[in-house]
Ligand binder design. Structure first.
Ligand code: GDP
Ligand code: MG
Length: 361
């Protein structure tokens, strides 16, 4: 699963990418032709809780892939500059992290020489809407031809695309249309990988001394609420500095700021949720590990995340929760208390399940 960072230039996209991936690439990195790609750990306090009760050699968090593309400017949808390539990179991601500049800093240029995160967001989103509109118009022409010959699927597609056209022409993202669609239409719309239908997290990039509820940040939150997205505020530069410190020094600096964890953890978890992902755990002497599945995955599908043989040879899964472990302290005690559940092929794995898979290969 992959999230892509978008936004205008000089707003802190690469700073955020560096902080999240701790790769430390320089600000010039990441172009439309060759975006930066890195893995982000998704910090999960439940891993440490499990570790209080289970001895292990290492702890492995879940990860998501993050892409840092070059800044998008007006005209991208018309293929200006590297526009087309840029849009192609976004088309491949599963969710969008849209960064908006709230920080003031005379030494960092701004493409429009003013701080106005909501108009910046609108500028980028207009390009995404226009790119979608082009896809929609092509698809309408194609579906009209086929619908004339009475093809049923084409008729439905035509109806859907006309709905999309209406949304886009009213400057509304397609994600706001999704909840109203029936299952079949939703599936068709998803198959187009429309840019404005992707889930989005708005990141208000604030200055070092700026408050979480500064007017510019509140404006971003309001915009997010009205456009079917989530919003968080972080100081990307501060987070990038934090990410470079040794763990001990980092904790000291965080404590000095009155924080218990970097704001980035919040972003990583929000992105994970945005992608429709959840974690289950395995816990043993070799490792305690968080594994990623889409919400709704079954026992065999979850087993397949660990190894494809596990999915094929799945017999059953033994499951308990982190809360069970906190209450009973050992797996044996969980079993003795009758809390260890045995589940079969149809079991829908829940976020936070601790699993032992039984399989034959
Ligand atoms: N003062 C301040 N500068 C920042 C902040 N975030 C990023 N910058 C600076 O803004 C410049 C552009 O950031 P960069 O991440 O390269 O922007 P990008 O073009 O969106 O990738 C760099 O010099 C950063 O150090 C911030 O929160 N505060
Ligand atoms: Mg950059």
């Amino acid at each position: 699963m992959e999230a892509g960072i978008v936004g205008l230039s000089y707003i802190g996209k690469t700073a955020l990418f560096n902080a999240m991936t701790a790769l430390g690439l320089d600000a010039a990195g990441g172009s439309a032709a060759k975006p930066n790609v890195g893995m982000v750990n998704v910090p999960d306090p439940r891993l440490e809780i499990i570790h209080e009760y289970v001895e292990t050699k290492k702890i492995v968090p879940a990860t998501i892939q993050l892409v840092d593309v070059a800044g998008l400017a007006a005209g991208a949808s018309k293929g200006e500059g590297m526009g087309n390539k840029f849009l192609a990179h976004i088309r491949n991601v599963d969710a969008i992290i849209h960064v908006a500049r709230c920080f003031e800093d005379a030494s960092v240029p701004h493409v429009h020489e003013r701080i106005d995160p909501v108009s910046d967001i609108e500028e980028v989103e207009t390009e995404l809407l226009l790119a979608d509109l082009e896809v929609v118009e092509n698809s309408i022409r194609n579906a009209q031809r086929k619908a004339r010959t009475g093809e049923k699927e084409a008729k439905m597609r035509l109806e859907l695309m006309e709905q999309c056209q209406q949304e886009l022409e009213a400057s509304r993202p397609l994600r706001s249309l999704l909840p109203a669609l029936d299952e079949q239409k939703e599936k068709i719309l998803r198959s187009f990988a429309m840019l404005s239908a992707k889930p989005v997290l708005y990141v208000a990039n604030i200055g070092e001394d700026e408050a979480q509820d500064a007017p510019a940040v509140e404006a971003v939150r309001k915009y997010a609420g009205e456009n079917g997205g989530e919003a968080v505020a972080v100081c990307a530069r501060l987070e990038a500095e934090l990410a470079e410190l040794e763990p001990g020094e980092r904790d000291e600096m965080l404590a000095g700021l009155g924080l218990t964890e970097p704001a980035l953890n919040v972003v990583a978890r929000a992105a994970y949720k945005l992608l429709g992902l959840q974690s289950f755990f395995t816990a043993g002497p070799k490792e305690i590990r968080a594994w990623t599945t889409p919400i709704g995955a079954t026992g065999p599908q979850a087993a397949g995340v660990i190894h494809s043989d596990f999915e094929r040879g799945f017999i059953r899964v033994e499951v308990y929760t982190v809360a069970d472990l906190q209450e009973h302290r050992t797996e044996q005690a969980i079993k003795a208390a009758g809390k260890m559940r045995t589940e079969g092929k149809d079991y829908v794995v829940q976020d936070g399940d601790v699993c032992h898979f039984l399989f034959n290969v």
